[in-house]
Write a protein that binds this ligand. Sequence first.
Ligand SMILES: [Zn+2]
Length: 282
Amino acid sequence: MTLKLSRPDADVFVPDGSQVALALERTTHLAVGAHQDDLEFMAAHGVIECFQDPARWFTGVVVTNGGGSARDFEYQDYTDEQMMAVRRLEQRKAAYVGEYSAMLQLAHPSSAVKDPKQPAVVADLAVVLSATRPELVYTHNLADKHDTHVALALRLIAACQSLPADQRPSRIIGCEVWRDLDWLCDEDKVAMPLDRHENLHAALMGVFDSQITGGKRYDLATAGRRRAHATYSESHGTDQHSGLSWGMDLTPLLSGADPAELVERYVDRFRNEVAGRIGKLR
Ligand SMILES: [Zn+2]
């Protein structure tokens, strides 16, 4: 089977050398992120759920090409082409470390993700969803503050909706990168425990040297965020987890809910909880 992707420079990598068709078909957990490294920061839960479990397979999808990436130190004189090659290789390294079923890098410019009138991104995502038929999908949450992240979540929802209802994933979770989800009311949070394989989390994040070396310690920040969520999730009682990521349940969008209304509902509940507590206590 050849996967019909729109960009000639799209990259398909199967770490264990299986045929591409098999690697896609066996996928149970699919994570779709805008940039190289987003999956390892936001969807580590999926990687760990599948790690060394013969019945579960994690496939990663990175939609943009890494063009325009920040660069410093060893990388400061790299052309945009060289930088894209570095980032693509880093993403392959993560896939190898995490024993992903497949790693797809779709190589679109960010502008194509952000423009709702360009059909190629949605078309590619629909092809990937059809080939993988995952149970669970991780992507960006709709309250993220990076335009490309939010745009990608919207394109992914559109791709899901373009499929027949019985071929859509059963669950979709919006994950944390540029803004965490601690503000969600507890009953609205999807808790993703990350207690196990802390060594592996460190390795998965550490391969993205070109982004971290410049002084953005995403690896330490993400590990710290996970630890903070675990400790601050419960004010009474001892820590139940050593690491937690929060997710926003985007599943209602699969059956036609409006994205803006869904997020407003989460924000309204937060507002009501905060105002309600003050009202009760003063
Ligand atoms: Zn990103």
